[in-house]
Design a protein around this ligand. Structure first.
Ligand code: UT7
Length: 332
């Protein structure tokens, strides 16, 4: 039996209006535009403001954008997968709320947590549902309100992260375009280096965990950097090799936007030149689950039917992954 491929047929994105620039950060903590730019490539990041404004606000804006640009209906989707580390609430899932808000009465939805690799994991999951033949329309959403879990007195993390979100619709493709292959990996050796210590079942929230700032992201940057720079580059090279792709036949690298130096190392390992690398870290920082769909969002007008895209990501856990897809439509 010929299994259908799962193709992206529509996409949307959203970033909040408020810009937190390096210059403003210079007035908040002991840092400099020069340090942030040379070490990370980031110039500014977006922050979602407002009481009670959670991830779902950004998702609904991204879905509005997706519908306006593509004209597709979403009330008949079969499944909604939200990859995030900052759901609206620990329980109930943000995906269930989104199903309700888009009127998808026959859909199921769930949140998926694989840190910064979440969107690749979610795309792989969505593709498998479609390839099985059981489902026809899967909405894959990646986004985070990182500002809700960042300590703005900690200069080692607060300069890196930002808020944002993107969404894609996956549908079967008769021409064989879409997700061709993916490789996903996890290794719990990374747990000490990138985590939020409290708020889970090991250390439930108490006045003490709050006072100790244990509900914020903790990262040992150098240790994570070493694993990220090797594993993201290697897994991208691996997916190229096993699909007989070369630097010439790859049209786009869609890399997780954690650090410009990690992106450059990945492109170099793949042999891919700079103009084929999607880059927006300077504008949004690291939006965790939002980085990959926001790259597609920013570059959508340059994508052509048949283009070969390689996604690559690395994140806490550790988790990492790469995905190879061919683009299914010309820019509208
Ligand atoms: O997306 C999920 C996965 N995460 C990643 O992939 C992130 C990987 N890590 C990184 O991107 C980098 O490690 C960072 C950008 C987080 C840090 O860059 P680094 O080049 O590894 O810096 P470092 O941690 O080795 O710190 C170098 C120095 C230290 O000072 P001393 O000890 O040399 O005096 C830090 O205290 O830079 C200092 N520093 C800062 N200085 C100015 C750390 N943060 C800042 C800051 N401004 N914001």
């Amino acid at each position: 039996m010929n299994r259908p491929k799962a193709a992206i047929t529509a996409l949307g994105g959203y970033v909040p209006e408020f810009r937190l620039t390096n210059q403003v950060l210079e007035t908040m903590i002991d840092t400099s535009d020069e340090w942030i730019t040379t070490r990370t490539g980031i110039k500014e990041r977006r922050i979602l403001k407002g009481d009670g404004a959670g991830l779902s606000i950004m998702i609904l804006e991204a879905l509005k954008d997706l519908q306006e640009k593509s004209g597709v209906e979403l009330h008949d989707v079969d499944a909604v997968i939200v990859s995030t580390v900052t759901p609206d609430m620990p329980v109930a899932s943000t995906a269930a709320f989104i199903c309700h808000k888009i009127g998808a009465k026959n859909a199921f939805g769930f949140d998926l947590q694989a840190a910064c690799s979440g969107f690749v994991f979610a795309m792989g999951t969505g593709a498998s549902y479609i390839e099985s033949g059981r489902y026809k329309k899967v909405l894959v959403i990646g986004g985070d309100k990182m500002s809700s879990i960042i300590d703005y007195t900690d200069r080692t993390t607060c300069v890196i992260f930002g808020d944002g979100c993107g969404a894609v619709l996956l549908e079967p493709n008769e021409e064989g375009h879409g997700i061709q292959d993916f490789i996903l990996r996890s290794d719990g050796i990374g747990r000490p280096y990138l985590k939020i210590k409290a708020g889970g079942s090991m250390y439930p929230p108490t006045a003490e965990t709050v006072a100790n700032n244990e509900h914020f992201v903790y990262q040992e940057g150098q240790a994570v950097f070493k694993f990220a720079v090797t594993n993201m580059a290697e897994i991208a090279a691996q997916i190229m090799e096993r699909n007989n792709l070369t630097a010439d036949t790859v049209n786009w690298l869609v890399p997780h936007q954690a650090n410009k130096r990690i992106i450059d190392a990945t492109a170099k390992r793949m042999g891919v030149s700079d103009e084929k690398v999607m880059l927006n870290i300077h504008r949004y920082g690291n939006t965790t689950n939002g980085t990959l769909p926001l790259c597609l969002w920013d570059y959508q007008n340059q994508l052509k039917k048949g283009d070969t895209l390689i996604f690559a990501a690395f994140g806490g856990g550790f988790t990492w992954g790469s995905l190879y897809l061919t683009w299914a439509y010309d820019a509208k």
